[in-house]
Design a protein around this ligand. Sequence first.
Ligand SMILES: Cc1cc2nc3c(=O)[nH]c(=O)nc-3n(C[C@H](O)[C@H](O)[C@H](O)COP(=O)(O)O)c2cc1C
Length: 158
Amino acid sequence: MKPIILYYSRTGHTEKLAQLIASDMHGEIIRITPEKEYRGSSRRILSRVMRDRMRKKHRRSVTPVPDLREFDPVFVGFPVWMKDMPDFVADFLSRCDFRGKTVIPFVTFWISGARGPLKTLERVCGGAKIEKPFEDGTFRGMDYRKWRHAVRMMIWNM
Ligand SMILES: Cc1cc2nc3c(=O)[nH]c(=O)nc-3n(C[C@H](O)[C@H](O)[C@H](O)COP(=O)(O)O)c2cc1C
């Protein structure tokens, strides 16, 4: 089966990684688009996201849900926002059918790491096996080539 890459990126960090993975794994690529794009300074976006979280306002994605039947594994990439995944990414993922799929996350951030978002990922990707997360922080990260090798070995054995 063919790999697919589902990702969101605002400033390009996750997008670069998504494009690299798509080219290395020969996969299709789909950007997860929020109902309203996040424009302006990081500070402005941070206050918008904080306000939404406080009011428990869950933003949605406008990306049509793809038919995943012919795809496996499914790479899922996003930036960490306030120690979690962006709400509209969770909304989009929760509407995909991941039953029987292997989901390989790639998560970008400054420093906080991917632990919180990976918990959310498990919750929203019901029926998927989460494997080999790649974490890429501005101040700490994993070795991409080593990870790519491990993922390729895993795909060959699938
Ligand atoms: C609203 C907002 C919240 C963020 N929250 C965190 C955070 O909790 N921890 C962290 O390490 N980085 C945080 N960041 C930094 C981003 O995760 C980081 O810059 C990421 O790589 C951006 O990816 P992108 O270029 O694909 O959009 C935040 C950035 C924004 C805009």
